[in-house]
Design a protein around this ligand. Structure first.
Ligand code: SF4
Length: 278
């Protein structure tokens, strides 16, 4: 079973829910696709055993008898390649690795060069969870390439939990794509509701079943429940606004580490997800 845990915005408790769920079931592989700020390893106490670079191909300029490739520079819509004073300048951080300039320019002027955009770490965490963590290199923008690289390690023989990046853009789409279920974590605020609506649009595009977890519930704002019922989204769990939970989560503790009674509630949540997939 492959379950993506998404949240329309950062700070709603997505990683607390995904890591707690991972600890409550057996035979788990956990993919941390929140590559701009991976933190699941803090909750899961991870020992990395292997680390691979994530690279894209960018052009390298080889000055050859003063030649430049004006055509290639004009083709590049991202301005990753420019001609200045009969020299070519390459800006790898802007390159999408589309390969267009290599096709247009002769081999003598531009040649492909590997450029590191991130790293994928693999290892085993406490409780025998296989953990794969994607990390975008500081200053780089190729979030999707790092997420795709994490997902090439997906092991279908295990229960897979994917911690998605926040938001409703392309990185979240790539992280959720191929999952059998999406658990959408939100908070009971007007911002939480708007981001949940965005999450729902994205899930509808992919056509997979979904359910909602409300974190920090119990306040006066009741719109999440009302809107979810209208949208046909089941509320699968609610985590109350509680100082002990907030303190524990800030120290990197999962729900069952904070309060043992969560173990059973998380197993029920996993069972509900299984039923909704069938
Ligand atoms: S590979 Fe594509 S994006 Fe990168 S420099 Fe060449 S044309 Fe621009």
């Amino acid at each position: 079973m492959i379950v993506a845990v998404a949240g329309g915005k950062g700070g709603v408790g997505k990683t607390l829910i995904s890591t707690s769920l991972a600890r409550s079931i057996t035979s788990v592989q956990f993919l941390d696709c929140d590559v701009e700020e991976p933190n699941a390893h803090i909750f899961l106490q991870f020992t990395p055993r292997k680390s691979d670079q994530v690279e894209i191909e960018v052009p390298q300029y080889r000055k050859w008898k003063g030649e430049v490739c004006q055509e290639g520079a004009e083709f590049c819509r991202y301005q990753a390649l420019v001609v200045v004073n009969e020299e070519m300048l390459v800006f790898p951080q802007l390159c999408t690795s589309c390969g267009g300039c290599f096709i247009l320019c002769s081999d003598r002027v531009l040649k492909p060069m590997a450029h590191q955009v991130g790293r994928v770490k693999m290892g085993v965490s406490a409780g025998g969870i296989d953990l794969v963590v994607g990390e975008l290199k500081v200053g780089e923008q190729r979030t999707v390439e790092v997420i795709k690289s994490v997902k090439t390690r997906l092991n279908r023989s295990r229960n897979v939990i994917i911690d998605c990046p926040p938001g409703n853009g392309r990185p979240t789409l790539e992280a959720v794509r191929g999952s059998e279920f999406c658990l959408m974590v939100t908070e009971p605020t007007p911002f939480g509701l708007e981001d949940l609506k965005g999450n729902k649009q994205l899930i509808d595009l992919l056509g997979i079943p979904a359910g909602v977890v409300i974190n920090r519930s119990g306040g006066l704002y009741q719109e999440i429940g009302r809107w979810s019922a209208e949208a046909g989204l089941p509320i699968l769990a609610e985590v109350p606004w509680d100082l002990e939970i907030a303190r524990g989560a800030a120290r990197g503790r999962t729900l069952q580490q904070i309060d043992q009674s969560w173990e059973e509630r998380l197993r029920v949540l996993w069972g509900d997800i299984e039923r909704l997939i069938k």
